[in-house]
Design a protein around this ligand. Structure first.
Ligand SMILES: Cc1cc2nc3c(=O)[nH]c(=O)nc-3n(C[C@H](O)[C@H](O)[C@H](O)COP(=O)(O)OP(=O)(O)OC[C@H]3O[C@@H](n4cnc5c(N)ncnc54)[C@H](O)[C@@H]3O)c2cc1C
Length: 384
């Protein structure tokens, strides 16, 4: 109790965003404290799932396409260097109606950003993916070099490597600093004091709990349920390469092939009810179970009677429109918020960490879309 340590930067939260921020800062020689209440990518964290999609397509939104491309290169480089094969190039297949404007926009953006993709018409989709129920689907795009990150383990590997680079990790819950102007130290719930030059709060869905006055109205944690359907014995149609990672754009439903023998993963991307990440029930609801089974019956008819072999309940940490929040506290000049991953942030961890590092060390250009000023107190989703 009462011990005091001094760092250049204290990063609070060791999820995808905080972990990569600590990594980049440590790589630049900063003395970093990485503080985490429950452990990197624990079961309740937004980064705590087994798998996350890394795709380049974002409609007309070039910012996130560029960041996804930059991040994929960095994830791969990191996995290569640390001998952790945690990226699976399953390919990512977008499916849509013929006139879908967003798919057309995605093609243009991928083309402009130099991302490889294949266009598939209905006939090609039927031929390649006979296991998919294509009702209403007329066209698709396959990103052959995108895929899946083994999320939980990837975050643990990033935290471990940040420590190897010199960051000091501790399991501790950090309390909201009570100050204005320059903050010199933060306190933990265990009574420890940590002094640093800058404090980066990368607390995901907890940001509103740590800063209730500023962020409780601006970060919307939503309940998201995930299901895994067991594959019939001896059936190889639901594993890559036969089945890539897939997204039915208009239905807001996505999933993955059978990865590490967990079954076909499927989830609805629509935002669920507002939840508390500490206490929300992690048991799936019967209403969602029924909806998901109906959907599987329609899109993957061979799995209509398949058992649900695993489930997970997580939460998105939405900003008002889906853009990230990376900015300073309005009254504490050296306190930063990093979050608002909004159900699509995981893949961008490397780019987020590099951006935060640029803000702290280089006075790099500010992306207006990430500022606190652009974060509304009511939700109007614009990023998918
Ligand atoms: C079901 C689901 C599916 C998703 N699918 C995808 C996908 O396919 N692709 C994709 O790119 N993204 C996806 N996302 C989004 C992505 O997972 C998140 O945007 C990303 O993981 C957010 O990371 P984070 O570091 O901001 O938050 P978290 O991972 O939640 O990390 C925040 C950390 O801060 C810690 N913390 C909080 N308060 C304190 C405190 N006071 N003191 C110390 N520590 C504290 C927490 O314990 C936690 O570990 C999905 C999310 C969910 C829930």
């Amino acid at each position: 109790m009462g011990r005091q340590r001094t760092y250049d930067v204290a990063v609070i939260g060791a999820g995808a965003f905080g972990g990569w921020t600590a990594w980049h800062l440590a790589k630049r020689g900063q003395r970093v404290a990485l503080m985490e209440a429950y452990g990197p990518a624990h079961s309740r964290a937004s980064s705590g799932g087994e798998t996350r999609i890394i795709r380049m397509g974002y409609g007309a939104d070039e910012l996130y396409t560029r960041w996804a491309k930059q991040s994929l290169a960095q994830w791969k480089e990191f996995f290569e260097a640390t001998k952790n094969p945690l990226f699976l190039e399953t390919g990512v297949l977008w499916m849509a109606d013929r006139d879908d404007a967003r798919l057309q926009d995605t093609k243009q953006t991928l083309g402009r950003c130099g991302v490889r993709f294949e266009e598939l018409d209905r006939k090609a989709l039927e031929r390649r993916y006979p296991q998919i129920g294509l009702e209403e689907i007329q066209c698709g795009i396959l990103e052959p070099n995108s895929g899946v990150l083994l999320a939980r383990r990837a975050v643990a590997a990033v935290a471990e490597d940040a420590i190897r680079l010199g960051a000091e990790y501790r399991c501790a819950q950090v309390l909201q600093p009570a100050a204005s102007g320059r903050v010199h130290e933060v306190k933990t719930s265990g009574g420890e004091k940590i002094s640093a030059g800058d404090f980066v709060f990368a607390c995901g869905p907890w940001l509103g709990k740590v800063f209730p006055d500023v962020l409780e109205p601006r970060i919307f944690p939503s309940r998201q349920e995930v299901f895994f359907f067991g594959i019939p014995a001896g059936d190889t149609r639901f594993a890559a390469p036969a089945l890539p990672t897939w997204l039915f754009q208009e239905d807001l439903v996505y999933g993955m092939p059978d990865i590490e023998r967990r079954g076909l993963k499927i989830a609805f991307d629509e935002h669920g009810e507002r939840v508390d990440p500490d206490t929300q029930s992690r048991i799936v609801s019967s209403a969602m179970t029924e909806m998901v089974r109906k959907y599987v019956t329609r899109r993957f008819p061979a799995l209509k009677d398949a058992p649900i072999v695993e489930t997970r309940v997580c939460q998105y940490e939405n900003s008002s429109n889906g853009d990230f929040l990376i900015d300073r506290h309005p009254e504490m000049e050296n306190v930063w918020f990093v979050g608002g991953g909004s159900g699509h942030g995981f893949k961008h961890g490397p780019a987020v960490g590099a951006y935060v590092t640029g803000q702290l060390l280089d006075g790099a250009a500010v992306e207006a879309r990430f500022t606190l000023a652009t974060k509304d107190t009511s939700q109007k989703r614009a990023v998918y």
